[in-house]
Design a protein around this ligand. Structure first.
Ligand code: B1M
Length: 227
């Protein structure tokens, strides 16, 4: 009998991340896809739930960096399969605009940024993902090279947060600020912070990033959806 996509399925998926069980994670992801699971739901209700629990345990000193890293590897493996499906399921007809996206300098977290990139792509944006630990010059160069309409910056760390403002200041200095929309995101990024540094919008999760970018780019759609 095939697998059933229910609360128990998402809980099991989350548990594979918590337990660092990569093979079991990949098996559940693939079986879930065969059974018709929505890939974004599998990320959000399954993998992300697991990694968030791991983050809480790490923050509380219950687990340490090796366990955190192992859980992250499991999450990455599962998310890579699901991100590919999210992109495949996306609109292929027209582009709503081009966005360069990366994680700011000093930060190597890439899972959330990659999920956002996949969901934006699935929703009709051309996405240029320039990776992690991206410095000011690299962001600016990528925007120029790709003639981008928007720039997305992600971080999960509090310490390098001001790197986002430095990029915006550089855009102003070189006269490019008015020709590009800037969206920021990641767990320490609040609306107040985004306003303070002069970003155009903050995305609180991947779907919210689509919603906010649509607003900035003047895209109207009944429902922002990856499916
Ligand atoms: Co790190 N880490 N980590 N970590 N890690 C956090 C962020 C932390 C909160 C854990 C904790 O202490 N509880 C803490 C940060 C504290 C702080 O600064 N406030 C922390 C720390 C301290 C660290 C190190 C410094 C640990 C150390 O070395 N002592 C180190 C950092 C090194 C560095 O970057 N220079 C470190 C390293 C790592 C790993 C490498 C082990 C691994 C990352 C692996 C990887 O990415 N390849 C890791 C992980 C996995 C986490 C947690 C547990 C999970 C992050 C994640 O992938 N979430 C995290 C705790 C937590 O967040 N619960 C933690 C799942 C992902 C789908 O969600 O990334 O939030 P998220 O993305 C969401 C939204 O935020 C939003 O949409 C995404 C999809 O819904 N979003 C955007 C994100 N970017 C966006 C951009 C947008 C719009 C929306 O527009 C452009």
């Amino acid at each position: 009998m095939g697998i059933v996509i229910d609360d128990e399925y998402f809980e099991k998926l989350a548990q594979t991340v918590i337990d660092g069980e990569d093979e079991e994670c990949v098996r559940l992801v693939n079986e879930g896809l065969e059974a018709g699971v929505d890939p974004l739901e599998a990320v959000e209700r399954g993998l992300a739930k697991g990694i968030n629990q791991v983050g809480v345990d790490f923050g509380a000193g219950v687990i340490f960096l090796p366990e955190l890293a192992m859980a992250a590897d499991v999450m990455k493996e599962g998310a890579a399969i699901l991100d590919a499906k999210i992109k495949e399921a996306g609109e292929k007809r027209m582009s709503h605009g081009k966005i360069v996206i990366g994680t700011i300098k000093g930060d190597i977290h890439d899972i959330g940024k990659s999920v956002v990139a996949a969901v934006l792509q699935a929703n009709g944006y051309d996405v240029v993902d320039i990776g992690i630990d991206v410095d000011i010059d690299a962001f600016i160069q990528a925007v120029k090279d790709n003639d981008a309409d928007a720039l997305g910056m992600s971080t999960l760390l509090t310490l390098p947060l001001m790197e986002m403002e430095k990029v915006i200041i550089r855009l102003k200095e070189i006269g490019m600020r008015d020709s590009i929309k800037v969206i920021v995101g990641g767990c320490p990024v609040t609306q107040e912070f985004a306003d303070e540094i002069g970003a155009d919008a903050v995305g609180f999760d991947a779907q919210d990033a689509v919603f906010k970018l649509d607003g900035l780019m003047g895209v109207n759609r009944p429902i922002a959806s990856a499916g």
